[in-house]
Design a protein around this ligand. Structure first.
Ligand SMILES: [Zn+2]
Length: 102
């Protein structure tokens, strides 16, 4: 993934993704400069496929679909732009945001 310009970024997150059994077998790193176009790298919690891509997501809820097994993961809540943006090398897993499958 390209380097993030933290002077411009509106959203960045790095968190684990659960599979059907609730095991945190996947991970996603995602960021956006405008809360519309998101770039991400993901390890699918279902099939383990590592992939990266970009997706235009102007409205909630936000979903990322695995290119390999086509299972979508729901990103339930993104922080508001007024929140402090974490660097993507920090782990968000302890905060209140939750990521669940559909
Ligand atoms: Zn998959």
């Amino acid at each position: 993934m390209e380097d993030i310009d933290f002077d411009r970024v509106e959203y960045a997150s790095n968190r684990k993704l659960p599979n059907d059994d609730g095991e945190m077998t996947g991970r996603i790193k995602i960021f956006s400069y405008d809360n519309v176009n998101f770039k991400y790298t993901m390890k699918c919690p279902y099939c383990g496929e590592e992939q990266e891509g970009s997706k235009e997501m102007p409205n909630r809820p936000y979903y990322i679909k695995c290119k390999e097994c086509e299972t979508s993961s729901l990103i339930r809540k993104l922080k508001g732009s007024g929140s402090k943006v974490k660097r993507p090398d920090q782990d968000d897993d302890d905060d209140t945001d939750k990521v669940d499958k559909i």
